[in-house]
Ligand binder design. Sequence first.
Ligand code: HDC
Length: 279
Amino acid sequence: KAQGSVFQYDDKDVILYNLGIGAKRTDLPFVFENNENFQVYPTFGVIPPFNAVPPYNLDDIVPNFSPMMLLHGEQFLEIRKYPIPTEAKLITYPKLIEVMDKGAAGVVVQGTTTVDANTGEDIFYNESTVFIRGSGKFGGNPKGGNRGAATAIHKPPQRAPDAVVEEKTTEEQAAIYRLSGDRNPLHIDPEFSKVGGFEVPILHGLCFFGISGKHVLQTYGQYKNIKVRFAGTVLPGQTLQTEMWKVGNTVVFQTRVKETGKLCISGAGAELLGGGSKL
Ligand code: HDC
């Protein structure tokens, strides 16, 4: 049986996460622990698995593994219990889901189940896909399995978006976001990022996932799950535009970097919690 990793957090971790995805000092429920609606953004669910030690090494799974060549490819998060606690002791169990050979890259999907340490109840489920450039051509299967919402690629309708939210990230966005758990040097150290092909350290995929998820929350309310593909990189300081379409009970969305016009999140969707009403 896989070993679980403990993640204990409190209001300080909640506020740091919220600030990391752009909460403003005026967003009191997100930055002030004594506010009566004090809460964490639901995309916080990707944080507890971060210190989980997988029961395998990427080195043993794909050839020519280099951490400099690893990019976050996709993320699926399911929030299994609301409200999300603002302090708790959680345990995460990681497992290997699948490995794909895309030729120019190896793609590895990890699944994590995060439970409450006291009650054993499921709180979060995640699937994280990493895209490792230069680690393909090992004779593996190029296609992955179908796991419903976790692997769905959502197609935006033809019409103009029903809502667009724009937000400029700050130059310090990655420097703050990393303190929530992902200390990958790719996001802070220019020497490291240069080897990976980036002159300037790039923003964490899960940071702009969180910002986009915040835009969905502000516009349509809480969701049961959220799935994104990281289609392009973002530099700290760039402006994000989240384009959203309400399709049944799902918010289909994509996020664009305003300065370049390119998508950084594509084919994304969030399944709303209850009839689309705000909580
Ligand atoms: O899409 C390109 C890209 O640059 N995307 C942005 C990546 C990014 O910025 N990610 C976030 C920053 S990195 C990060 O945050 C790392 C973090 O610190 C650590 C991760 C932690 C994980 C969590 C653990 C708990 C790129 C380079 C990804 C792909 O572009 P191309 O090489 O041009 O690919 P393309 O030719 O279009 O497609 C080749 C095959 O790959 C599939 N694919 C494409 N994009 C994918 C992807 N698969 C998964 N994720 C993606 N983002 C395509 O479908 C295609 O396969 P097929 O031919 O079978 O359809």
